[in-house]
Design a protein around this ligand. Sequence first.
Ligand code: PEP
Length: 252
Amino acid sequence: MMKRRPLVVANWKMNKLPSESSAYIKHIEKELIRYPDVISVLAGQDVLLPAMLKAAKETSVAIGAENMYWQEKGAFTGETSPAALEDLGVTYVIIGHSERRNYFRETNEMVNLKAIAAIAHRLIPIIAIDEPIVQGDDNDRSHWVVNQVIESLEGISAQQAQHVILAYEPTAAIGSGQPITPELAEFSLRRIRLTLADMYDWPTANAIRIMYGGSVKPNNALELMRQPDIDGVLVGDAALNPDTFLELCRLA
Ligand code: PEP
């Protein structure tokens, strides 16, 4: 089976200023060289991206956006186009984060349109798959997760899907300090990989990287990343601190 390179992705959300982003990158760039096998990504608000890209030039840190619109261009005041992110030199884009689904009413259909637009612009989509707190019994929750995977990837070929990253983030674990157990996380990620194998085939399912997100910290990251289907972690709060981000890269 092909080896999947581990990933550590920081989601800064709406927490940092442009002037803080370069200092963060300067702080981590040297030590990151010690972990060449790990893909490290920092995702920030759009207004931070130029400063982040400038600081990350000639480092091994990749830069991601936290969202984008799916239209190429036009009268969509306030939105960011995939073409603009590509032109800027951004590599990754988080799509369908649970906060976007809950506060900004993003649906699976919108997530799918964004994923297709990202791929068309050579951006790597990190598609977040959430699992709401109140959503019936285990079977309902499982159906909810599987359905998001299927609907988010609709129309995306097996070849394109190999470059997509999925991030499973149970809502109750996001920002709560309460991650789910590594066993439960592995159970959900396995279910997602089985869904991918059903949709595509096993070589494709085995090539797609799937991350876990939700209250990841250095004291729980190792056990999570030891699980066979967990290829990396998407980290909010803990990754606001550059030393903690480095520690997570070391553990990965
Ligand atoms: C996130 O929002 O993607 C996330 C995982 O946040 P936290 O690590 O703070 O739970």
